[in-house]
Design a protein around this ligand. Structure first.
Ligand SMILES: [Zn+2]
Length: 479
């Protein structure tokens, strides 16, 4: 949330802070957990203001609100359940615009009738029918397969949605530009995209999942390489930096009953293919880690048929080629993230007793990340940038989790397909925007205020920079 109080910039023109506070109160009331549809409330939840693009008949990731008054175009950023809540075979409220990959997924997983699904091309502005002349450009979100950002450009023509707030610009001739980020991992490529570069964005609807300085993950491409390298070393029996942890794990041999030891220490067995790598994933997402590990081990990927069908919805020929139906051919197995985190993993690897000498699990999630001890939790923006850009991540930073044994080592991986706090900061400083609107963790006023304070800081820092000056990036795909 933007809580600017001083009436500066485009923000105060668009909406006074009082009105914004009111809009958030209204949004919180709409999100009431105890909501039950009745005749009195119209049988549906009211859509909060940030779900409907201001002055446009366009809703984004707002299926749980059913038919929203005045909305003629429903957009879906990606096929994660919290974004498509309520979308089903019964959908009749209007056309659903999304990427080709997301279109395949919702038809396959949710049985949405194809007649409502309108896949759009990536990267080219496309006129959206029945929206009074709004063009949309889909931009790769760097989140899960099929995910995209939407850049809407057009006039404000209508008071759509349930919010009591009325935009004073409806009917004005000027073009408004809104960037809806859905879920994304901000990267220099977003700011450099031809549809965005050099343009002023009136509203940014931001994925604020990790808008807190305690979430400054290491650079994710480095984390992916680290997982691949670690897996390669383990399979080849090469030295790991964490030999002490392995020694500790060796003392705890609860899993040894199924080891094919033949008198050898399991760590010294170098026969490739004898070690099973298990990666925890959601229904879609984190495929990049899986592919990198499979590539490094030159092995196939196995998962159950339900998951395989979902993976086949994605336009990813490399991934399709890696898949096998034979669990003994695939040296890398995909299991639900919940399995990796529990005793069920033991049961899972037990099934392959006698075929593998040991198993290595990877549990990639941003929530397992904890900031290095002694980190300043209220750092300045420049400290955040300098501190994070000075960091590198290799396989040596990965260590087995406490419950690991010699036969089953599980590695927590600080990996997320959402922007880290650092990436959000770089993105906000590198882009020309009028107003940032949080879309995640907005349920409590305390959380909104905390995020609003950081958004204000970004605004101050950005204004100190030359127009169009980006935060220096280490590579095209990360800052
Ligand atoms: Zn998501």
């Amino acid at each position: 949330m933007n809580t600017t109080k001083c009436g500066t910039g485009a923000f105060s023109v668009l909406m006074s802070s009082y009105k914004e506070t009111e809009a958030w109160k209204e949004a919180s009331a709409a999100e009431d957990r105890g909501f039950r549809p009745t005749k009195g409330n119209g049988g549906r939840r009211k859509a909060p203001f940030y779900k409907v693009m201001q002055g446009m008949p366009i809703a984004v990731d707002a299926f749980r609100y059913g038919t929203i008054p005045g909305v003629t175009a429903y957009f879906l950023t990606h096929a994660h359940s919290d974004h498509y809540t309520n979308l089903s075979a019964n959908w009749r409220s209007g056309p659903i615009y999304c990427s080709e990959g997301t279109a395949n997924l919702i038809v396959h997983m949710l049985c949405v009738d194809r007649q409502w699904v309108c896949p759009l091309p990536m990267d080219v502005p496309t006129l959206v029918p029945d929206t009074g002349g709004v063009c949309v450009t889909l931009i790769e979100a760097n989140h899960c397969p099929g995910s995209c950002l939407f850049l809407f450009e057009g006039p404000q023509t209508v008071h759509a949605g349930d919010s009591a707030f009325r935009s004073p610009f409806v009917g004005a001739t000027r073009t408004f530009r809104y960037l809806h980020c859905g879920d994304f991992r901000a990267s220099p490529q977003h700011v450099l995209h031809p549809a965005i570069r050099g343009k002023h964005i009136d509203h940014v609807y931001l994925d604020t999942t990790y808008l807190d300085p305690k979430y400054c993950f290491p650079p994710q491409p480095q984390v992916i390489s680290a997982c691949a390298e670690l897996a390669r070393r383990i399979v080849r029996g090469e030295t790991l930096h964490d030999s002490e942890d392995i020694a500790k794990a060796r003392q705890n041999r609860t899993m040894d009953s199924w080891l094919v030891t033949s008198g050898k220490s399991p760590e010294k067995d170098t026969k490739p293919g004898k070690i099973l790598v298990v990666v925890g994933t959601y229904s879609i997402g984190k495929e990049r880690i899986v592919k990198a590990i499979a590539r490094a081990l030159q092995t196939k990927v196995y998962c159950d048929s339900r998951k395989a069908a979902i993976l086949r919805c994605q336009a990813d020929p490399e991934l399709h080629d890696l898949l096998t139906k034979d669990p003994l051919e695939g040296g890398v197995h995909l299991v639900p993230l919940g399995v990796i985190a529990s005793d069920r993993l033991k049961d899972y690897v037990e099934r392959f007793k006698g075929h593998y000498i040991k198993a290595v699990g990877f549990r990639p999630t941003g929530w397992t990340f904890s900031a290095p001890t002694g980190s300043d939790m209220v750092p300045s923006v420049s400290t955040i940038i300098a501190r994070t850009q000075g960091r590198t991540f290799t396989h040596a930073h990965l260590s087995p989790m406490r419950n690991s044994t010699a036969a089953l080592q599980v590695y927590g991986v600080p990996y997320s397909e959402h922007s880290s706090f650092f990436e959000l900061t770089c993105f906000a400083l590198s882009l020309d925007w009028g107003r940032m609107i949080a879309t995640v963790n907005v349920g409590s006023e305390k959380s909104r205020n905390k995020m609003g304070t950081w958004i204000e800081r970004w605004e101050v820092e950005r204004k100190k920079r030359a127009k169009g000056e980006m935060v220096q990036h280490r590579a095209q795909n990360y800052w």
